[in-house]
Design a binder for this molecule. Structure first.
Ligand SMILES: [Zn+2]
Length: 251
């Protein structure tokens, strides 16, 4: 975990000595900010330091609570209050155990943007997925490494390494999860996976109740709208099942 602020620091001669004194293996000051390294079990070491950029690595290995004071990431993010919308938090980790992984939970709450690149042969934008990497095999069934290539998901034509590198020069980060699905994941945890917690049941109950009253009110005042609502039923079911909003999927 480390942090950097953009709070200007006067670096007069008198401060030069204290700068050296303040510089340790885990804390460095420089004109315009500082970089501070702390362990996830002691994020309170960031106390009194404003942080604009927070980088948390290997978050699946963090303790649930740091010294009984709460989740370490929450404690560190409190230091960003001064910068409000100008702050940035980066969470990084390889996912560990499904269902218990902190980085997995964080990813699920996001709109799951992926780096899309355009096929050199057709106009299809796509994230580069390992499943699209192809190899030839020799007579013994061994992979011939030199034949490794990426294959377009749409036109299935292979990309040369040069074409892949050119494609990577123009990346578009596109969301792969609908906004409402992401919101549902936050306000009613488990609503999409089917493991609805008691708190989420209350949230969902209130939301569904409000939706029924709203639809009932619309039908009562505008009976002519019934066929239109009927037509949306398959779409609503599809959204409920997949969590994907109409029109929100990447092209
Ligand atoms: Zn293609």
């Amino acid at each position: 975990m480390n942090g950097q602020s953009e709070r200007p620091t006067a670096m007069g001669q008198a401060e030069a000595k204290s700068r050296d004194a303040a510089a340790t293996l885990t804390h460095k000051q420089f004109p315009g900010g500082h970089i501070t390294l702390v362990g996830a079990n002691s994020p309170t070491n960031l106390a009194m330091r404003p942080i604009r950029l927070l980088v948390c690595d290997e978050i699946d290995k963090y303790p649930l609570s740091a010294g009984g004071e709460g989740p370490p990431i929450d404690l560190a993010e409190e230091r960003q209050a001064e910068f409000k919308t100008n702050s940035l938090t980066v969470l990084a980790c390889s996912p560990t155990v499904a269902g218990r992984s902190a980085i997995e939970a964080s990813y699920e709450e996001s709109d799951q943007r992926k780096a899309f690149v355009c096929c050199p042969h057709c106009p299809t934008w796509q994230p580069l997925e390992w499943e699209q990497v192809r190899f030839d095999k020799d007579d013994d069934g061994k992979i011939i490494a030199a034949t490794a290539r990426y294959e377009c998901v749409a036109c299935e034509r292979p990309w040369t390494e040069a074409q892949r590198l050119v494609a990577l020069r123009r990346i578009e980060w596109r969301q792969t999860k609908g906004f409402i699905a992401a919101m549902l994941h936050i306000v009613a945890t488990g609503a999409i996976e089917g493991e609805v917690t008691p708190r989420s049941r209350v949230t969902l109950g209130v939301a569904v109740g409000a939706a029924v009253i709203l639809v009932g009110a619309v039908l009562a005042t505008r009976p002519g709208i019934a066929p239109a609502i009927e037509r949306t039923r398959p779409w609503i079911w599809d959204w409920w099942r997949t969590g994907r909003l109409f029109g929100a999927e990447p092209t």
